[in-house]
Design a protein around this ligand. Structure first.
Ligand SMILES: Cc1cc2nc3c(=O)[nH]c(=O)nc-3n(C[C@H](O)[C@H](O)[C@H](O)COP(=O)(O)OP(=O)(O)OC[C@H]3O[C@@H](n4cnc5c(N)ncnc54)[C@H](O)[C@@H]3O)c2cc1C
Length: 287
């Protein structure tokens, strides 16, 4: 439970952090809230020789509206997301999701950037970002680029981030007013990672679904965007037969591990159950 020794660096600007990561090379890792990285170091599953702490960089903090988007700085904590009136009004799915991440102690320190950059399929925010059509701004020594959340996750702990790059902010399109939303998460106990979870965003007009997006958490090696299930539902009234077809389509793209959270078949079925619940909540909230 004691990590290997490492050198600690605390830059005060994004430029300084990028230079440090470039100079220190592959043995350096960015440190955000440390609530995934430090446990990995204690278990000796990670052994970086240098930690570049992003906590002293003011430009990585904050939540602001920018035209038809909301931009959330990478070092914004889960607690700050829960407390944001802007997000509660414009993208309430984020508050609902943050509230089921871990416990208040973790949420006070764990950051949005760390949650989405970590690459753990058990993290809750990545599937929600895929559902929302969010994108990640990343910067490294060779410049800046923007990556869609739907293209970011390549395998367990494998993302589109290149060595030396840091994620600076998350840009989320504001869903249309009156949209329905829900994040339903099955967990063994308060503070646990998901056995299976589903995020839903939908727009309805006259009782018919005009747009739908679905994300699934912890039922594959990466978070999943359930594109086919959403297209089955679009144009429907969410009648029982169509919902059943959509659940089948969503379950078909899962490939969970059998582990302490249950056998693979059970977790696949729970993904369907969470999706059914999320669809019902989202429908009830849409107006
Ligand atoms: C008891 C406990 C329960 C938990 N339960 C849940 C849960 O239910 N759901 C959930 O989603 N999470 C859960 N977590 C994880 C928690 O949300 C973490 O805080 C989060 O996964 C990582 O955020 P962090 O800021 O702590 O990042 P860190 O741990 O500091 O970093 C995580 C990884 O991301 C990289 N990184 C961080 N920031 C950046 C950046 N800006 N640019 C590039 N790379 C970066 C780091 O190098 C590291 O590889 C739990 C943690 C604990 C300790």
């Amino acid at each position: 439970m004691i990590p290997g020794s490492f050198a600690y660096h605390r830059p005060t600007s994004i430029g300084e952090a990028i230079s440090l990561l470039a100079d220190l090379g592959e043995e350096a890792r960015p440190l955000a809230g440390g609530h995934s990285l430090i446990p990995m170091m204690k278990l000796r599953l990670a052994a970086p020789e240098h930690l570049v702490d992003l906590a002293g960089i003011p430009d990585l903090k904050g939540i602001r509206a920018d035209g038809s988007d909301v931009v959330v700085g990478a070092m914004t904590t889960q607690h700050e997301i829960v407390a944001s009136e802007l997000l509660a009004g414009k993208i309430p799915l984020l508050r609902e999701t943050s509230l089921v991440i871990a416990d208040p102690q973790v949420r006070y320190v764990g950051t949005l950037g760390g949650n989405v950059a970590n690459g753990d399929p058990g993290n809750d925010m990545p599937a929600v970002m895929m559902c929302l059509g969010a994108s990640y701004q990343v910067v490294g020594n060779s410049g800046e680029r923007r990556i869609s959340a739907r293209d970011f996750y390549q395998g367990t702990y494998l993302t589109a981030l290149r060595p030396g790059e840091i994620l600076t902010n998350v840009r989320i399109p504001i869903p249309v007013a009156g949209h329905g939303f829900a994040y339903e998460k099955l967990k063994r106990k308060v503070g646990d990672y998901a056995t299976a979870a589903a995020a839903v965003l939908l727009t309805m007009s006259g009782g018919t679904v005009t747009a739908c997006s679905i994300g699934l958490t912890n039922v594959a090696g990466t978070p999943l965007w359930a594109e086919e299930a959403a297209s089955v539902l679009t144009g429907s009234t969410l009648d029982a037969a169509t919902v059943k077809r959509a659940l089948t389509a969503a379950e078909a793209i899962t490939s969970p591990a059998s582990d302490g959270r249950g056998p693979a078949h059970y977790r696949t079925k729970m993904a369907g159950v969470m999706l059914a619940r999320a669809l019902a909540s989202a429908k009830a909230r849409a107006h």
